[in-house]
Design a protein around this ligand. Structure first.
Ligand code: KG4
Ligand code: ZN
Length: 338
């Protein structure tokens, strides 16, 4: 079975073809960063319009790269939520229309299930069960995963998502949107130990997160010190260190609570090297295994949607001719595969 995947939930148009015999046959990504950068964040209406412009040309490009025609496609998978509703509707309507014209089934994919399954596109694939730490611009989730579609959310952010906290802190340090990777880069120049940021909500039981206080802590630290390049780098270092530590503490708790030994990291912030290092150290100490996608598949992409959609189509699931997109959609409400 050969599935075309379409991702348009936020500020990236991602297209891919996954095939059960050949694996990932082709994928392409168009980033809207240049469009949103001058506003310091994603402008939903501009995102929708750009998806409209880029989706079909990118689909043509990916089919050409894979040496395929539209009629070689056996199913179409699209991100139906969560995300920006206008952006989701672009991918949904294009996917549903192509599936209808090719007379093949279509499947609505949950964006966070896409992220969660992205490590399965690598050579080292995690076995079930595992704990997944999903860290993106919109979500921070600790999920107990027993099988595909059997997800129990153990913890989530009560305010800013991790990626959002990275982006907001980066902005106040004068870095361009999206600030996560730029902040990580700046942190490399930071002096360890000059500032110590709190590890929010780690001194009480539970697996929920709160990251908005770290941003306030960064503002206060910047105001109380000389605002120069070294201070900004030191703040970036302390912020990143605090975020990575906090996530590692909660992952350890989740693993101990569930007695599981495997950890999967995915989502945009999963590309962060400091976080990967801390979590690898943790799993080394606990004698467990850690899995993550290549950095390009941590951030939004069409490959994870094609793959998640393939699994569900293969299991006989598909969507009716109705077009459905959900800005909010719980991961826990997804059905199991069989
Ligand atoms: O998963 P993703 O591409 O989109 C959403 O589903 O939200 O995640 C994007 C987020 C942004 O907040 C971005 O700043 C952050 O991931 N990010 C990073 C890094 N790469 C991307 N944050 C920290 N370090 C990175 N290397
Ligand atoms: Zn995402």
């Amino acid at each position: 079975m050969r599935v075309l995947g379409i991702e348009t939930s936020c500020d990236e148009t991602g297209i891919a073809v996954f095939d059960n015999n050949n694996g990932l046959m082709a994928h392409a990504l168009h980033s809207q960063i240049a469009i949103h950068a001058e506003y310091g964040g994603v402008v939903p209406e501009l995102a929708s319009r750009d998806h409209i412009r880029k989706c079909l040309p990118l689909i043509t490009q990916v089919l050409n790269d894979a040496g395929l025609k539209g009629t070689d496609i056996d199913g179409v998978a699209y991100t139906a939520g969560p995300g920006l509703i206008g952006a989701l509707l672009v991918g949904t309507s294009i996917a549903r229309s192509l599936a209808w014209s090719w007379q093949v089934p279509a499947i609505a994919v949950h964006h966070m299930e896409g992220h969660l399954l992205a490590p399965m596109l690598e050579t080292e694939v995690p076995c079930f069960p595992f704990i997944a730490l999903l860290v993106s611009g919109g979500h921070t989730l600790l999920v107990e995963v027993h099988e595909i579609g059997n997800y129990k959310i153990l913890g989530e952010s009560l305010d800013d998502a991790v990626g959002e906290a990275f982006d907001k802190t980066a902005k106040l340090l004068g870095l361009a949107y999206p600030g996560g990777p730029a902040l990580a880069e700046l942190a490399l120049q930071g002096e360890p130990g000059r500032f110590k940021f709190p590890r929010p909500m780690t001194n009480r039981p539970g697996l929920d997160f709160s990251f908005s206080g770290l941003k306030t802590f960064a503002i206060n630290t910047l105001t109380a010190n000389d605002n120069n390049a070294q201070t900004r780098a030191d703040i970036a270092y302390a912020f990143e260190d605090a975020v990575a530590d906090t996530l590692a503490i909660k992952c350890k708790r989740a693993l101990q609570q569930t007695r599981l030994k495997r950890l999967v990291i995915a989502g945009g912030v999963g590309a962060n090297l400091k976080l990967r290092q801390k979590l690898s150290q943790l799993m080394g100490k606990l004698g467990g295994e850690i899995y993550y996608p290549r950095p390009a598949f941590c951030t939004d992409n069409g490959a994870m949607i094609a793959y998640a959609g393939y699994l569900r189509l293969q299991a006989g699931q598909s969507q009716s001719l109705n077009m459905n997109a959900n800005a909010r959609w719980s991961l826990e409400s997804l059905p199991p595969l069989l």
